[in-house]
Design a protein around this ligand. Structure first.
Ligand code: FES
Length: 114
């Protein structure tokens, strides 16, 4: 269960609950989100790939990118931009806030990369 905090940031889990490389499905205000821990940073991106709408969960994460497990498209975790085909469209990313041990995600996505 998530707890609302100011604006539409929601506490979704604790930093102690996510190990390096771990991924977590989160649903906030109808937005389906994949929270990832990579290189001690936290990234919230769309749960579904922009290519054929399969889940990105379980995709390999390296060099700041997640690779779709289905056809291999790569997306930048920071801004959602496409780094490798077959996807053409970026994926949404969401602001993440760390306060103490709490990880909050904003249900309003960032602007897509140009
Ligand atoms: S569904 Fe992700 S690359 Fe095709």
């Amino acid at each position: 269960m998530s707890n609302p905090v100011p604006s539409n940031f929601y506490v979704v889990t604790a930093t102690s609950e996510l190990s390096e490389g771990q991924q977590l499905y989160v649903e906030l205000d109808g937005e389906e989100i994949l929270l990832c821990k990579h290189n001690d940073e936290y990234f919230a991106v769309a749960y579904y790939c922009s290519h054929a709408e399969f889940a990105l969960e379980g995709g390999m994460i390296q060099n700041g990118c997640i690779t779709c497990p289905y056809h291999g498209a790569e997306f930048d975790l920071g801004n959602g931009s496409v780094q490798a085909p077959p996807a053409f469209d970026p994926i949404k990313t969401y602001p993440v806030k760390i306060e103490g041990d709490s990880i909050s995600i904003c249900a309003t996505p960032n602007m897509s990369p140009a």
